[in-house]
Write a protein that binds this ligand. Sequence first.
Ligand code: BG6
Length: 297
Amino acid sequence: MNDSLDAFSIPGHVQPDIGAGGLACLHLRGQGAKATVYLHGAHITSFQPEGAEPVLWMSEHSQFADGLPIRGGIPICWPWFGPHPCDPALPAHGIARLRAWTPLEASVLQDGRCRIRLGFKPEGDDCKAVPHGLRLEYTLTVGQTLSVALDTVNDGNAPVAFEDALHTYFALDDARGAQVLGLENASYLDKLDGMAVKVQDGPIGFAGETDRVYLHPDGETRILDGDRHIGIAQRGANNTVVWNPWTAKSKAMPDFGDQEWQRMCCVEAVNCLRERRLLLPGNRHRTEMSLRLLAAK
Ligand code: BG6
């Protein structure tokens, strides 16, 4: 264990550890729930209220290594979402999920929730890919609700545009019976149909590969998975992306089991494409998501 991480230990609440692939992580416990966050990508790999099954899905095939994304949990996509708009050689979904972040602060709130703050500032070659002056701060609050807040800060002297996503993977009993509610009548871009603009008719169900960018500012969604209901709220995000790779795409991804699509779906708080954010010098933008188990099996 490196000493610098030990400085964030709070007995009973924050436990530094070495996790998969030898990567440093923090186990967090607060007000009826526990979670784990890796410094690599500031990646939350688990969130589990006491007495309930894990809310987040993790692939059994995930890689845990410098420079590679973790598959599952909550990846942070930044400062672009999907392929880079001009340079296809740059990694999909940006660089924030590929780099080690720095722990900034750990605390226990009066109500027993546990809070951690992490920071990321691009260095070296990453400075060429990221607009000058941008950095990130990430605040995670663990209680029966898991709340995450991603701040993009512009320390530079020019306005800059960026995209971001809290790319959350939810664990499901069976995607084929699950529904996502709250996006009825919302318009969306169908990534699997040449970005055609469509309107959501009723709840979302999964009956094939699904990859959609909904226009959905500051809203709430709910996942129904049998008797298990998960409530999701987003703020500071104008899009919700809903994704399930289904069969062929699952097979094509090296870090994704062939059948694992049955046990997950992504509901992501996103600012992308026409909804990318413009940030003035000295300003910050906060993208937030909170998750809560509303009913368990
Ligand atoms: C989703 C995108 O957010 O992430 C999909 O809408 C993409 O198009 C998926 O396939 C997974 O991306 P990655 O880079 O983690 O494999």
